[in-house]
Design a protein around this ligand. Sequence first.
Ligand SMILES: NC(=O)c1ccc[n+]([C@@H]2O[C@H](COP(=O)([O-])OP(=O)(O)OC[C@H]3O[C@@H](n4cnc5c(N)ncnc54)[C@H](OP(=O)(O)O)[C@@H]3O)[C@@H](O)[C@H]2O)c1
Length: 476
Amino acid sequence: MSHNVTLDETIEVSRPLHEVFAYVSEFSRVQEWDPAVASAKKITSGAPGVGTEFQVDMRAGFSLQYLVEEFKANERMLMTVESRFFTACEEILFEATDEGTKLRYIAQFDFPAPLLALNKIYPSAMDRVGKTAMAGLKAALEDDFETPKESGWLAAADRLVLPGLWRFTKLGYRASRRGWKPVSAYQGNRHALITGATSGLGLAAARQLAELGARLTIVARDSAKAEQLVYELKDQTGNQDIHIQIADLSLMSDVHALADRLLAEGNAIDMLINNAGALFNPRQQTAEGFEKSFALLLLSPYLLTEALLPLLKMSTSPRIVNVLSGGMYTQKIDVDDLQSQHGEYSGSVAYAKAKRGLMILTEEWADRWDDIAVNAMHPGWADTPGVETSLPGFYRATKWLLRTPEEGADTIVWLAASTEAARVSGKFWLDRDQHPSHLSDRTLESQEERQRFLELLADLGESTRSGVQEGLRKSA
Ligand SMILES: NC(=O)c1ccc[n+]([C@@H]2O[C@H](COP(=O)([O-])OP(=O)(O)OC[C@H]3O[C@@H](n4cnc5c(N)ncnc54)[C@H](OP(=O)(O)O)[C@@H]3O)[C@@H](O)[C@H]2O)c1
C-alpha cells in the first residue's frame, strides 16, 4: 500500500513568460532556488525537452532521478521522479499575466505505507519544504540581489598569505559558494565573445553561457579544435547559436583583423571575456617581435577591447571580464621593461606583470567607460591543461586541492551574466567576492607610471595598426 501527498503552490512574478520558462525548464538549476537540494545536473544532451533527464542530489543524502515526460514551451512541463524512498510526478504550468508570469507547481508524491507510518508528520513537513522551495524560486526570478560589497575581513585574510592562498583552492570555492544567489537573468538575447574557449576555464565558461542560452562567438587559433568544440557544445547544450572566429591572439595583425571582421559584422557584444592565456618558459618572441607574455596577456586584450568599444556600446548591459591571476599580487608594472628584456627572464614573473597590466587597464576602462561594467577576476587554482603543462611541479603537488574548470569559471559567468554584477566596475573578484587589487604598497604604480604605461600601449596600438612593428623599441 502507498500514500499520496500533494503539493500545489502558485507564485506570480513580474518577468516575461519566456524568461521564466527558460530559467525553470533548465531544471538542473533547481539547486539555486531549492535549499533542500545540494546539487543537480542534466544527464542527457541537448536543450530541455521530452526525454531529458536530471539528477538531483538532496542535502538529506539521497538522489532523485527526473525524467521529462511532457514538454510544451512556455506552457507546461511534466516530470516523473524516482528515488529510493518515493516516486513522484511534478507538473509545472506557466501562464502570462498582465504583470508578468504565473507559475503553478503541482507535485504528487507516492510514499510506501511503512515509510509514512514511521513518520506521521510527513505531509506537513513536505508542505513546508514545498513552500520554502517556491519562495526560493520566486526570489530567484525576482532577481533583486545586492551586489557583494568590498569586505575588510576578506582583504585582511588575503594579506595573511596562507588564508589568502587557501581561498584559491577547491576548499575556498566551497566555503564561498554557500552565500551565492541564483542567476536568473535572461541570456537568450545576449552575445558573448570569449577568447581561449578551446580549453580549461574558457571552455567551462563557454559551456555555462551556452547553457544559459547566450549567443556565443569563440575566438580560437586552431580551427579544427574550434570546430570540434562547437560541435560538442551544440550537442551538449542544444544551443545552436555558437560561432567561431580564428585568430592567433599573440599576433597583433591577427587581433586587428579579428576586430575589423567583428566591426564589419556589426553585432552588439554584451559580454567580452578576455580569457586566452599561457605561461611562457623560456622567453619567446612572436614573429612580430613582441615578447609572448606581453603580447598575448596584455597587448592583445588591450587592442581587442579598445577596438570593440563600438560593439560593446550597442549593448544595453555591456560587460568586460578580464581573467587575471593571483600571481598578479606579487608584481608591480615595470613600465621601463614591459617585455622582460632586462635581467634574468622568469615566465611566472612576466606572466604576473602582464596580468598586473590588465588589472590597471580594468580600473582605467571602468573610469573611462561609465556605461560598461569592466571587471577582473581570479579563477583560483583550477585543474586545466594550461596549469598541467606550464606548471607541472605545482600541478603534481596541489592536484588534490585544485578546483574543477567549472568552479574556476563560475565568477567569469557571474560577472558577465548576473544582474547584480552589472552595478559594479573596476574591481577584482574571486568566487563572486571583491578582493583588493594590491596586497602591498610595493606593487602600486605611481600616477606618472600609469600614465606612461597607457601612452605606451596607445602608441603600440597605433603602430601595430599601421603595420609598423616597432614593439621592442617603443616599449623598452
Ligand atoms: N587554471 C588556473 O588555475 C588559472 C589560474 C590563474 C589564472 N588563470 C588564467 O585563466 C585563463 C585560462 O587559463 P587555463 O588554465 O584555462 O589555460 P588553458 O587550459 O591552457 O587554456 C588557455 C586557452 O587560451 C588559448 N590560447 C593560448 N594561446 C593563444 C593564442 N596565441 N591565440 C589564441 N588563443 C590562445 C588556448 O588555445 P589552444 O587550445 O589552442 O591552446 C586555450 O583555449 C588564462 O588567462 C590564465 O592565465 C588560470
